[in-house]
Design a protein around this ligand. Structure first.
Ligand code: 5GP
Ligand code: ZN
Length: 121
């Protein structure tokens, strides 16, 4: 597990990665952690994050390709385990202020277990 840089010591999700704040983990490997959202918006609401602190999509570059392959592989495993692979699910990523991003540590929302209403926005 990569340690967070000192400047990110206040990041809530880095604290979850470090185990300083408890979470309901559903998946973990060397680079990716997934845990249940504390305020679920659907019967299944899981956050998937890189363990390394990346604030937003804007910080991603080509070297991060394996990380994102790993994130999508994790999502595939999680939806199978949660029993929603075939039913369907929604993946959302809120980026920046107008994207509705509250926690400045890149994360994907996995929502499932009910019919998603509306398409986007
Ligand atoms: P954002 O708005 O940044 O895309 O989403 C942040 C998400 O983090 C929200 O859905 C919120 O409920 C969730 N969240 C905030 N604090 C905690 C926490 O301490 N633990 C967990 N598991 N989820 C959190
Ligand atoms: Zn962080």
């Amino acid at each position: 597990m990569e340690d967070c840089m000192e400047s990110f010591s206040e990041c809530l999700f880095c604290k979850i990665v470090k185990g300083e704040i408890p979470s309901q983990k559903v998946f973990e490997n060397e680079t990716v952690l997934a845990f249940r959202d504390i305020n679920p918006q659907a019967p299944i609401h899981i956050l998937i994050i890189p363990k390394r602190h990346l604030e937003s999509i804007l910080e991603i570059n080509e070297q991060d390709t394996p990380l994102f392959a790993s994130i999508f592989a994790a999502i595939k495993q999680i939806v199978a385990k949660e029993g929603i692979a075939e039913r369907g699910f929604r993946i959302a990523l809120n980026n920046g202020p107008e994207g509705g991003q509250l926690i400045k540590h890149l994360h994907f929302h996995l929502l499932g277990g009910r019919q998603m209403i509306g398409r986007l926005g």
